[in-house]
Design a protein around this ligand. Structure first.
Ligand SMILES: Cc1ncc(COP(=O)(O)O)c(C=O)c1O
Length: 445
């Protein structure tokens, strides 16, 4: 069979596929037909270094033969069984995930198809388990595109879903580079942010709050690492008021921060972890919730009013087990930690060469560069949630032409490659970034 030409594929894609989060006209992204390691290959054979692990998801890298074989084996053995009946791989994956978290009294897993439905179900489950109606989430957060998760989201991707799910209240969380609390001192930032959270609780009635849902590192809103003490402070506030703490670890889980979960990296244990992406290294759609036993046990005597056709889909379960095997056998979380130095050094080197980099931040293999017109005033190259004047389009086009995939939103770029990225691939990625930053600065004038 003759492969379709790249041009034909690009046109067919544009003609028939509605692509997410963009106006469709004029969009002609490359059509990826193969991938290996940290490299994506389009229909013309052009290679792109995957500097954002797909969407911060392909932690293991592309083309992992063992994982692909496990998925194939399961599809041939049993591709589907009723979700309410048992499945060998489901039991195994749930046990492995609960042990990975390490709550003293254990816990249980509830499986979904992705991150958004996991967050929707977290709201429902915690409302049931606590008997309380409200959910608190941060501004500058993203929790998914489904109805409930959109409502929990604290930025522009929520707006088209409004009026959304009632009972969601937002609060401001720390952002040291652009403090919402008018301080440049990270300790003050933590202190003021916690006081603000207590204030919100007093106005909302803490006893009516079921859960506080938080990304332990803000993901697609700028990879913002909270200052020391913030997560521990939120944990304390939750304990004081009997509120469940949910970490949305859809991006931060499975080695991204150099630990199994960001909860471990920061030494703060939530009551519930929402996960997706890295659980199967994105080879098969899978998400879910890990619930501390004290919460999961509520459903021993009460109906768990949640479920999906694909809850615990056997192929996804097999992919999850094989992914965890690979993470363990190939020391992938340690590789994530070992990337922290090279990523920070490489990005700081770029910052010395490029005036448009206002800040380099991140931990593990989860970094951002925030792009500014002027380092002193910190004016962003594109206003947050504002319209691109063309500079970010130039930056993205240049990255693509230079052979790199980097997720960007407004004025930041996410540098979060597969945890298995090789030195040469990373160097090629940095070269592309270097060139694209030069083009962005020319566009800025
Ligand atoms: C922190 C976070 N939560 C939830 C989601 C939604 O996950 P999904 O796209 O699998 O629905 C995302 C997606 O990027 C995410 O980054």
């Amino acid at each position: 069979m003759l492969a379709a030409s790249s041009e034909t594929l690009v046109e067919k894609h544009a003609r028939y596929v509605l692509s997410p989060w963009i106006a469709q006209k004029g969009a002609r992204p490359p059509v990826i037909v193969r991938a290996h390691g940290s490299t994506l290959v389009d229909a013309d054979g052009k290679e792109y270094i995957d500097l954002t692990a797909g969407l911060v998801a392909v932690n293991l890298g592309h083309g992992h033969a063992g994982l692909a074989a496990a998925i194939g084996e399961q599809a041939g053995r049993v591709a589907f069984s009723p979700p309410a009946w048992g499945n060998d791989r489901r039991a195994e994956l749930a046990e492995r995930l609960v042990h990975l978290v390490g709550w003293p009294n254990g816990g249980r897993a509830f499986f979904t198809t992705g991150g958004a439905d996991a967050l929707d179900d977290a709201a429902k489950i915690l409302r049931l388990a606590t008997g309380r109606p409200k959910i608190l989430t941060a501004y500058r957060s993203f929790h998914g595109s489904s109805a409930g998760a959109s409502s929990m989201t604290g930025e522009s991707r929520r707006w088209p879903a409004e009026p959304g799910m009632p009972g969601v209240v937002h609060f401001l969380a720390p952002y040291p580079y652009r403090s919402p609390f008018s301080t440049t001192d990270p300790h003050e930032e933590t202190k003021r942010a916690l006081e603000h959270l207590e204030l919100i609780l007093s106005y909302e009635d803490a006893e009516r709050i079921a859960a506080i849902v938080l990304e332990p590192i803000v993901g697609s809103n700028g990879i913002i690492v909270y200052p020391d003490g913030y997560l521990a402070g939120v944990r304390k506030i939750c304990d004081k008021h009997g509120i469940a703490l949910v970490f949305d670890e859809v991006m931060t889980g499975f080695g991204r921060t150099g630990a199994a979960f960001a909860a471990h990296r920061f030494g703060v244990m939530p009551d519930v972890i929402a996960f997706a992406k890295g659980v199967t290294s994105a080879y098969v759609p899978l998400g879910g919730l890990l619930l501390r036993e004290e919460i999961a046990g509520y459903f021993d005597d009460h109906v768990l009013w949640a479920g999906h056709t694909y809850s615990g889909h056997p192929v996804a379960m097999a992919a999850g087990v094989a992914t965890l095997d690979a993470y363990r056998d190939e020391n992938v979380f340690e590789k994530g930690l070992a990337l922290e130095g090279p990523l920070r050094d490489g990005l700081e080197r770029l910052a010395r060469a490029h005036r448009s980099i206002g800040e380099v931040r991140g931990v593990g293999a989860f970094f951002a560069i925030e792009l500014v017109k002027d380092r002193k005033t910190r004016e962003p190259v594109v206003p947050w949630q504002g319209k691109d004047t063309g500079v970010m389009a130039t930056f993205n086009k240049s990255l693509r032409e230079r052979g790199a995939w980097v997720l960007t939103r407004y004025n930041f770029a996410a540098i979060a490659p597969p945890l298995t990225i090789e030195k040469g691939e990373l160097e090629r990625g940095f070269e592309a970034l270097d060139g694209a930053l030069g083009d962005l600065e020319k566009a800025l004038g």
